[in-house]
Design a protein around this ligand. Structure first.
Ligand SMILES: [Zn+2]
Length: 274
């Protein structure tokens, strides 16, 4: 990952308190008959974990839907959020260009052009050739987490009925588990920090669920005890280290910046239309 100019870094640390059981699956361990059909994902020491990529995926896809729900600007050349698979906002083939061999100034121009072409979701969370401003750490249980085994019944999706009495079992992290949560935002615009905060609010309110079997009600978490550390170029210039902000203070300022950004985009569209 690179950004040609460091402006600020925000680190948010919190606890994800599992309100329901949580299912982060992996494939069946080959040859292990005693193992669950669908065990939970564990690290090398056998401790369950929720990969940062899963957290990012759940939050990003919900925010893409929010972005697409914002009234479309008819004169804008780009959507608020593209369809990364069917209609990506930036050409993924260009990723092959050997950015490493460019000079810093040339690279900065190339990056700026690419950012300008990208939708808001890709600008914030990255896409081919565009680094993400937001990096989620893997979430790990604080203390011992209980893993429970659940029975499932295989459903034939076409017929909507039980498929030949096929039973399977799957593992979940039990409700009540507390997971470490950490996300960093690097050199992002204030509205991008606001977009992330919006995602964290939706997570805390249960509109975003994480892991599998969310349609069975799993994956509801609450965000607790959030703390914010900020390091910006002003502090670095003064030879100072990071400072702490309260979650409320940071949350309100970021959400206000996000709302201002949307208003400004709509005003600009109206002016162009005149
Ligand atoms: Zn995009």
């Amino acid at each position: 990952m690179f950004f040609d100019r460091f402006t600020r870094r925000v680190e948010i640390d919190a606890t994800l308190a599992c309100q329901t059981a949580l299912r982060i699956g992996t494939g069946k361990v080959a040859g292990d008959i005693a193992a669950s059909d669908l065990p939970v994902l564990k690290d090398g020491r056998g401790e369950p974990l929720v990969p940062g990529a899963s957290l990012k995926g759940a939050i990003r896809s919900a925010l893409e839907a929010v972005l697409r729900g914002i009234p479309e600007d008819p004169s804008a050349s780009k959507a608020w959020a593209c369809d990364p698979f069917l209609d990506p906002c930036v050409d993924p083939r260009e990723e092959d260009r050997s950015v490493d061999q460019m000079r810093l100034a040339e690279r900065a121009v190339w990056q700026r052009e690419r950012v300008k072409a990208a939708c808001r979701a890709c600008q914030t969370f990255g896409t081919a050739g565009l680094a993400s401003h937001v990096v989620f750490q893997d979430a790990r249980p604080r203390g011992r987490a209980r893993v429970e085994r659940r029975d499932g019944v295989a459903i034939d999706r076409d017929l909507g009925r039980v498929s030949g009495g096929m039973k399977y079992d799957f593992e979940v992290l039990a409700a009540g588990a507390e997971l470490s949560f950490s996300v960093a935002v690097d050199s992002a615009a204030p509205w991008q920090e606001g977009l992330l905060v919006l995602g964290l609010d939706l997570l805390d309110q249960g509109f975003i669920r994480i892991g599998g079997a969310t349609s069975r009600g799993l994956g509801r978490v609450a965000l607790q005890g959030a703390r914010v550390r900020l390091l910006d170029i002003g502090r670095l210039r003064a030879g100072q280290g990071p400072t702490e902000l309260t979650w409320d203070e940071f949350r309100q300022a970021s959400l206000a910046a996000w709302a201002r950004e949307i208003d400004a985009a709509h005003e600009a569209a109206e002016e162009r239309a005149c």
